[in-house]
Design a protein around this ligand. Structure first.
Ligand SMILES: C[S@@+](CC[C@H](N)C(=O)[O-])C[C@H]1O[C@@H](n2cnc3c(N)ncnc32)[C@H](O)[C@@H]1O
Length: 260
């Protein structure tokens, strides 16, 4: 199948993204191999380690997804979902409102609850997550305040997963975007960042979304230059392959860092 290349950074086919990347549960994305699953599992470890403290969390570029909040909602009672695309925000709003047309995340909730040992109360945990999502707001990482015109007190945790590299055309704009996102975090707060390494695109429904090609050293230097320390990271190589299905990604990087 020939793939169309467009300069599309916004995730306009949010539902297609969910169907392709998140259905069924634990589907292995061919180009990511086991790495995508590891990036999901590590969110459980991060929140249950007790190292990430506070009660207010924002996810920048959350897309239409809520899997990343399941563990967090056990500890964080105020979660703000910030997303550039209207279609992404609409999917989250449908899920929070229990709209029957919403994407079904229940298997993901059960999966995280299995790790927590809360499987017998997974429906309560799902309710807890819905209640923790306090707002779904537009955002743009290229703005000095990414959620402008909204002003919010700085957060205890800022999460941004596979977003900044898709929003940026080059390393200069990536550096600026990381600095913009960091303004949402209070001093001493935790950044949780996951990113594609080596990718020039990811595809949804055959439409290629361009991404800025990153390497680990550059990402770590950018995080340090943006005023973070205590950086902890894990690196997951992508599958070795000759042909690409959804992305030419070479690895996935997960990191946490503290804002000085
Ligand atoms: C690959 S998706 C990741 C979504 C989600 N974080 C996840 O883990 O599934 C990249 C997201 O970045 C968003 N995005 C694109 N440009 C952006 C921008 N300028 N500011 C903020 N988000 C942007 C897209 O709309 C999309 O939802």
């Amino acid at each position: 199948m020939s793939q169309e290349t467009k300069d599309v950074r916004s995730l306009d086919d949010a539902r297609g993204y969910l169907e392709e990347y998140f259905s069924p549960l634990m589907c292995e994305i061919p180009d990511e191999g086991q790495s995508g699953l590891k990036c999901i599992d590590i969110l459980h470890d991060v929140f249950n380690s007790g190292e990430v403290k506070g009660k207010r969390l924002i996810d920048v570029g959350c897309g239409p997804a809520i899997y990343q909040f399941i563990s967090a909602s056990r500890f964080f009672s105020e979660i703000v979902c910030a997303e550039y695309s209207e279609s992404g925000r609409a999917e989250i709003e449908k899920w929070v409102a229990e709209d029957p047309a919403a994407f079904d995340w229940s298997e993901y909730v059960q999966y995280f609850c299995d790790m927590e040992g809360t499987r017998d109360i997974w429906e309560d945990r799902q309710k807890q997550l819905r209640q923790a999502i306090k707002a779904v707001v537009p955002c743009d990482v290229h703005k000095p305040n990414p959620i402008e015109p909204i002003q919010m007190e700085p957060f205890d945790v800022v999460m941004t997963l596979f977003c900044i590299e898709t929003a940026c055309t080059d390393r200069k704009s990536y550096t600026a975007a990381v600095q913009n996102v960091s303004t949402l975090l209070k001093p001493g707060g935790t950044l949780i960042l996951q990113t594609y390494i080596g990718a020039s695109f990811y595809a949804v429904g055959g439409v290629r979304h361009p991404t800025v090609k990153l390497d680990v050293d550059f990402v770590l230097q950018t995080i340090t230059d943006a005023g973070f320390d205590d950086v902890k990271c894990s690196y997951y190589p992508a599958a070795k392959r000759e042909h690409y299905t959804t992305s030419d990604v070479t690895a996935l990087l997960h990191l946490t860092a503290k804002k000085m």
